[in-house]
Design a protein around this ligand. Structure first.
Ligand SMILES: *Cc1c(COP(=O)(O)O)cnc(C)c1O
Length: 318
């Protein structure tokens, strides 16, 4: 086993992530300054918010003496990709429980995961819905031996604890000098952790200053308990809001033409490359709010680039 980053190294990596000005004519027209926090640059493979969500999960696995990790995801999952990369880097074995039957041709994501030594275990969509069932867990244990289980997307308390580092780093970088921080939300674990991490003794909190743009079609899809869980993580603060309506058809769905067009134009103009599942939806939502004059002139926005660029390979964009 290779030593994980120390907590100090982890926090300092978060603080070194650059905040870059975004040259975006729409924002300029509206008199709004936009900075992008480039968490997509934090690591080549273990990138974006998954870097944060996995940190305390890996530590917990190590402390509990596990040498094998198991988690869940779809064929283009950023979480599975990051987990396989992390397991490979730090000397864990890993198992990916993948939604759907094994296809003849594996996705680029799963090919990489396999190349990093992850064992892929495919389950039908019906079984996947019930993926934490005792039967499946018992079957997996008998097939692969003991493992440390991480939920889909790394969305547990350790995940949110890691994403607090995002908030702490932003606080360290800009103090309270922002109008809103925008982040894409799937399970909203990152949103909750980031918002909690921003709360430092010296910082006055502004209600709703962290905006999570949900990529899901309505909270219902996600499971009300999950949202409830994130709400309780962030209940110490009311500085965040989940914004829905900019999911572009829903999670992992084919991109509607207007969204695709927006993506090409945004990337061409700003030179910031987006992932089609998450950061695109966040930028699209921000564009709609800018167009509606949601923020007054002179506002300063921070957009968090949560990574996920490997997932572009499923969309035939390049
Ligand atoms: C997983 C992921 C998210 C969603 O994070 P949650 O904590 O589930 O809200 C956002 N952006 C990217 C690029 C991701 O891979």
């Amino acid at each position: 086993m290779i030593d994980l980053l120390s907590e100090d190294e982890f926090l300092s990596r978060a603080q070194q992530v650059p905040l870059q000005p975004l040259h975006w004519s729409l924002a300029k027209q509206k008199g709004i300054e936009v900075l992008v926090r480039r968490d997509d640059l934090i690591d080549t493979h273990l990138s974006g918010n998954k870097f944060y969500k996995l940190f305390y999960n890996l530590r917990a696995a190590q402390v509990l003496g596990h040498s094998q990790l198991l988690s869940f995801g779809g064929a283009y999952s950023n979480h599975i990709y990051a987990l396989a990369a992390a397991a490979n880097a730090y000397g864990f074995k890993s198992i990916g429980v993948i939604r759907g039957e094994r296809p003849k041709q594996l996705s680029a994501t799963l090919l990489d995961a396999e190349a990093w030594g992850m064992q892929l275990h495919f389950v039908s969509r019906a079984d996947y819905r019930d993926k934490c069932s005792r039967e499946l867990m018992a079957k997996l244990k008998s097939l692969y031996g003991d493992f440390f289980e991480i939920p889909e997307g790394g969305a547990n308390a350790s995940g949110a604890m890691g994403t607090r580092a995002l908030g702490a780093a932003i606080h360290q970088q800009v103090k309270s000098d922002y109008t809103a921080i925008c982040v894409a939300a799937g399970t909203a674990n990152t949103l909750a952790g980031l918002a909690a991490g921003l709360v430092q003794d010296s910082s006055p909190q502004v209600a709703g200053s962290v905006l999570g743009f949900s990529v899901l079609k309505g909270e219902g899809n996600l499971g009300a308990d999950l949202i409830g869980h994130q709400k309780s993580i962030a209940s110490e603060t009311s500085n965040w809001r989940l914004i829905s309506g900019y999911h572009g058809g829903g999670y992992g769905k084919k991109l509607p033409n207007d969204l695709r067009q927006f993506m090409f134009e945004f990337e061409r103009e700003t030179k910031l490359i987006l992932d089609p599942v998450y950061t695109l939806k966040m930028c699209w939502g921000v564009a709609q709010l800018l167009a509606q004059n949601y923020w007054p002139r002179g506002s300063r926005l921070i957009l968090v680039h949560t990574g996920g660029l490997q997932g572009r390979r499923g969309f035939h964009l390049d």
